[in-house]
Design a protein around this ligand. Structure first.
Ligand SMILES: CC(C)(COP(=O)(O)OP(=O)(O)OC[C@H]1O[C@@H](n2cnc3c(N)ncnc32)[C@H](O)[C@@H]1OP(=O)(O)O)[C@@H](O)C(=O)NCCC(=O)NCCS
Length: 214
């Protein structure tokens, strides 16, 4: 079955461009952005920005699917929830050159970028981003709004709490549990469970006081 025609994307960001590209490469025929920077922002590259989040809620019936391309994990999930409440059909966007096991589950509202691999019996909940060349091992459990950044690797059976970031190039040992709202720094190696809200950096990863967000 081919994808339906029109996709609305909330969030006219750099990530939004990646999402538009994936949509068009995976069978969607037309994409249209919405962003609260409208009307100051009315185009993203060649794609139109048609209105704000409020206007998207009114326009939803004119789209076959909708997704959110906002980097902030909590905000992305909140917007997806609101879109669902308004009857939006959340798209699942998987780049044609990502590898997703037929025995894995990737929920609506997720984006899986080129080169990513999701292995058998992994469960990826709503609104996760599995970014370029990231890997999610067998039996991993990712809660809503997780972002596994470019080139990060989760070994088998890793559990990741809501809104957690796994930074670029990080590695997480098999069976580890990462709590909610965790930040794993770029290139960290996680070899112990991580408590909610912690920021971890280094090899092996150790707690760091957060000074700012990414
Ligand atoms: C961990 C992280 C969130 C910290 O950000 P921050 O709070 O702004 O921290 P700062 O840049 O102020 O750095 C604070 C200290 O930690 C060190 N540090 C920061 N990130 C580090 C990392 N990944 N590994 C090791 N040390 C790190 C800095 O060198 C600095 O050390 P200093 O105080 O001795 O100078 C961030 O550096 C990071 O790694 N983000 C991941 C980025 C990413 O993957 N983005 C994905 C985009 S798709």
């Amino acid at each position: 079955m081919s994808n339906p025609a029109r996709l609305a994307i909330l969030g006219a960001s750099g990530h939004g461009k990646v999402v538009a590209d994936i949509a068009l490469q995976s069978g969607w025929e037309e994409v249209c952005f919405y962003d609260d920077a409208y009307p100051g922002l009315d185009m993203v590259e060649q794609w139109p920005v048609a209105g704000t989040f409020e206007s998207l809620l009114r326009d939803l019936a004119g789209f076959d699917g909708v997704t959110v391309a906002i980097g902030n994990n909590r905000v992305r999930d909140e917007r997806l929830e609101t879109l669902l409440e308004h009857g939006g059909n959340l798209a699942t966007l998987i780049h044609p050159r990502a590898i997703v096991s037929p025995f894995a589950t990737v929920a609506p509202g997720c984006v899986v970028v080129a080169g990513a691999v999701i292995n058998a019996y992994a469960l990826v909940a709503r609104g996760c981003i599995i970014n370029t060349a990231a890997t999610v091992g067998h039996d991993c459990r990712l809660a809503c709004g997780v972002h596994v950044a470019c080139g990060a690797n989760l070994a088998g059976g890793v559990s990741v709490g809501r809104f957690t970031w796994v930074g670029v190039g990080a590695a997480v040992r098999q069976g580890m549990c990462l709590g909610e709202g965790v930040m794993i720094g770029a290139n960290a190696a996680v070899v112990r469970d991580v408590e909610d809200g912690a920021t971890m950096v280094g090899v092996p990863a150790r707690p760091m006081r957060r000074k700012s967000s990414v």
